[in-house]
Design a protein around this ligand. Structure first.
Ligand SMILES: [Zn+2]
Length: 265
């Protein structure tokens, strides 16, 4: 059962209340049983929120034509789906075997996303591609637009390949800092953070038919590579938007630096 916006809102509000109690300086005075009960409630709310998130028709595979349905929360950036610190597992996206991952950008226009309660790494304000991946033979990608209920424009770039790629050839998903890398048995062995530069000059990629776009609100999801495209008018930051405490902080975009964040085996 998909939640209504108001059901999702009430879960988010209660999660915020619980977070405020548990993280306040007075939390030390809470009885152990009260603390445990709040944590249990928080866990249950997170599970309910995640299980009932919408699977949005977000892209389309250029190889087989199947629609990609991505588990998302378009209700505003205060939902746990947006958080850098992923507190719960979300249902898998529904897509064909060619689907690899998606990256994204978000354009707030004049709006300041004051609803944000936890850190969100939102990417830049305009669509981009990751050349290391799209440059691989036969890999293709699609730029599509979604809109949050607060009218922010999300630009997703979804990657596809007709053949399986090694996990280290991929990239972490939008909003996430790292990609779990499985071993041959499928168990997560370590996590990797990729810092590939963002390429915003998309014209050559459209021309070479490696990259396509879908007109927003096109129910048929027709893939196009002609110009102009629907985001030709976008003027936005190309820096990394990090959101938190009701403000947008602009940080340096990735430039191919090495991953120094995590120990590797
Ligand atoms: Zn496919």
């Amino acid at each position: 059962m998909v939640q209504t916006s108001s059901q999702r809102e009430s879960i988010k509000n209660r999660l915020r209340e619980i977070g405020t109690i548990l993280w306040s300086p007075d939390a030390i005075d809470l009885e152990r049983s009260a603390r445990q009960s709040l944590k249990r409630e928080e866990r249950n709310l997170l599970l309910e929120y995640a299980e009932n998130l919408e699977q949005v028709e977000a892209s389309k595979c250029p190889i087989c034509g199947e629609t990609v349905r991505i588990t998302m929360d378009l209700g505003g950036l205060h939902g746990p789906w947006w958080w850098k610190r992923s507190p719960v597992d979300f249902p898998a996206d529904m897509a064909c075997e060619h689907y690899l991952f998606y990256q994204g950008a978000i354009n707030f226009g004049d709006r300041i996303p004051t609803e944000v309660t936890e850190t969100v790494i939102a990417g830049p304000g305009a669509p981009f591609i990751i050349e290391r991946v799209l440059g691989l033979p036969d890999v293709r990608a699609v730029v599509s637009q979604l809109q949050t209920e607060l009218q922010d424009r999300i630009f997703l770039t979804t990657y596809f390949s007709p053949t399986a790629l090694a996990p280290m050839q991929l990239h972490q998903f939008w909003l996430r800092e790292k990609l779990p890398i499985p071993n041959e048995d499928g168990d997560v062995e370590f996590t990797e953070a990729f810092f590939d530069p963002w390429e915003f000059n998309l014209a050559p990629w459209f021309e070479s038919k490696k990259l396509f776009w879908i007109q927003p609100d096109d129910a048929t999801q027709t893939l196009s590579s002609s110009t102009p495209n629907f985001f030709s008018d976008v003027s936005a930051t190309l820096m990394r938007q990090v959101l938190g405490a009701g403000a947008i902080e602009l940080r340096e975009a990735p430039f191919g630096q090495k991953n120094t964040m995590y120990e590797r085996p």
